[in-house]
Design a protein around this ligand. Structure first.
Ligand code: NAD
Length: 482
């Protein structure tokens, strides 16, 4: 057990439980530090009775919370954001020791997540309806926007502060209570977000935070008529399961699922500059990012320089415990990710992919994987079809524009895509032809608070952040009066 790691609790209807951080007879599981493999603490699982109490609290809190003005709700979100900024160093340290990412990334994530709450604090007041032009004298027709109702939210481990803030920010700003199940691998980060909201004055019952066996928690919550919306971030496989559960109760869904982002690099770019940006984007959070650049298609004229340059950067990339400031990449977040990487890379080797850098687990304690660069991987290799969710860049050459667009769009995924070129005409064609929810041209920065974040095809539907994020927690009501 670690002394600088908080006691883990559930938050049910405004009460932290069990009060002294023991599991009180509940099922529980250990939380590990992925950099050392050492146990950080013990996480209590919510019992069915806990989940029912959370549902009951959400149902009772709904009229209270939706009845508050958006300005007053916004004040609480803003205060929570301020608290998160103040506590950023403490929260970032927790995020690093339970997820593995570097402390620099964790600090940035904490401040950006606080900004997300702040942004929603403002946006909540813009849930505008409209009055339709009059057809008959004395008859008024109004379109109103109202909170959808209690939201069940499932947040993954890769952005342990950011994912909870996106989900809570949208629901709370819209006037919806939220029961959130953050990832069991990274509970304390989410609990710190919850603590900031409670300290900021969030009324009891508006938010509950539960943990458990994910399929059991989601099945229980989604079976309840109290829940009116489901928000999930995670794999496409689980997203489809939750869609099926949601269908039974005709619940609305926002699904932010997997990706396999293509990056097209044309021959008119400053190659070394694109390489610097690419290595930093690829090895961010050890590649465990849904919009991580993965399939590089590089023009044949600059292909060799690009592969050699990426491999050289990968070999020199400082990997180690994320708490050590000099490190630029930490471990994979949990031990199962090591097995997933092992399987994908063994298969890639079998299919004749060239290993230009890395490709193996780093021996010693912790779940470290070498920054890896592959080239000439055929489309038949699993890694060209399944999201690696690890620090692997795969680089293949291209010469023809139409052919590379076909490759970029080949997979059922459509989350992020990137391209580097100086040609305006190429930029316009890419914008028209690439099938993705977000496209970064000459940049990997595609996620900002006021822009919609979401995918198309099997990468999901609906957006988080931007006005679309608020919109997703509202329903439309038409009222006519004469
Ligand atoms: P996973 O699919 O088992 O879990 C992903 C997340 O979904 C976890 O947070 C987990 O708690 C949750 N989850 C799993 N089953 C659930 C259920 N039945 N009900 C509710 N929540 C459930 O896989 P993993 O090994 O943890 O992550 C690997 C894969 O997940 C990656 O390859 C990637 O595709 C995907 N993933 C995507 C994102 C993203 O940002 N889109 C984030 C994390 C993981």
């Amino acid at each position: 057990m670690s002394h600088d790691y908080p006691h883990l609790k559930l938050l049910i209807g405004g009460e932290w439980t069990p009060p002294h951080g023991q599991s009180d007879g509940r099922e529980h599981e250990p939380v590990m530090n992925p950099a050392s493999g050492v146990c950080l603490g013990v996480l209590p699982h919510a019992s069915k009775a806990d989940l029912d109490r959370a549902l009951d609290a959400a149902e009772k809190a709904f009229p209270v919370w939706r009845g508050m003005s958006p300005q007053d709700r916004g004040k609480i979100l803003k205060r929570a954001a301020d608290l998160m900024h103040e506590r950023a160093e403490h929260i970032a340290r927790i995020a690093t020791i339970e997820e593995g990412k570097t402390i620099h990334e964790a600090r940035m994530e904490t401040h950006i997540s606080a900004d997300t709450l702040e942004w929603y604090a403002e946006e909540g007041r813009r849930a505008y309806g409209r009055v339709l032009p009059q057809r008959t004298p004395g008859v008024r027709m109004t379109v109103m926007r109202e909170p959808v109702g209690p939201v069940a939210a499932f947040a993954p481990w890769n952005f342990p502060v950011g994912n909870p803030c996106r989900k809570l920010g949208a629901a709370l700003a819209a006037g919806c209570p939220c029961i959130m199940k953050p990832a069991e691998q990274t509970p304390a980060s989410a609990l710190e977000v919850a603590r900031a909201l409670m300290d900021a004055g969030l009324p009891k019952g508006v938010m509950s935070i539960v943990f458990g066996v994910p399929s059991q928690v989601s099945t229980h919550l989604l079976a309840s008529p109290v829940i009116r919306k489901v928000s999930f971030t995670g794999s496409t496989r689980i997203g489809k399961q939750l869609m099926k559960l949601a269908a039974d109760g005709m619940k609305r869904t926002t699904m932010e699922l997997g990706g396999h982002a293509p990056v097209i690099v044309f021959d008119d770019v400053d190659v070394e500059h694109v390489l610097d940006l690419s290595a930093a984007a690829k090895f961010r959070n050890a590649g465990q990012v849904c919009v991580s650049p993965t399939r590089y298609y590089v023009h044949e004229k600059i292909y060799k320089q690009f592969v050699d340059g990426f491999a050289a950067r990968a070999r020199d990339w400082p990997v180690g415990d994320g708490l050590i400031e000099a490190n630029k990449m930490g471990p994979l977040a949990h031990s199962l990710r090591l097995n997933a990487m092992e399987e994908l890379l063994t298969d890639a080797r079998k299919h004749g992919a060239h290993f230009d850098a890395g490709g193996s687990r780093i021996p010693g304690p912790g779940y470290f994987w070498e920054p890896t660069v592959l080239s000439e991987a055929p489309n038949e290799a699993r890694i060209m079809n399944e999201e690696p969710f690890g620090p692997v860049a795969i680089i293949n050459p291209f010469s023809d524009f139409d052919a590379v667009i076909k490759q970029a769009n080949r997979l059922p995924y459509g989350l992020a895509a990137y391209a580097f070129t100086r040609s305006n005409r190429t930029v316009n064609l890419l914008g028209e032809q690439i099938e993705a929810g977000m496209i970064g041209i000459n940049s990997y920065l595609i996620s900002v608070r006021d822009s919609p974040f979401g995918g198309v095809k099997e990468s999901g539907h609906g957006s988080e952040e931007g006005m679309e994020g608020l919109e997703a927690c509202l329903v439309t009501k038409f009222v006519t009066e004469s």
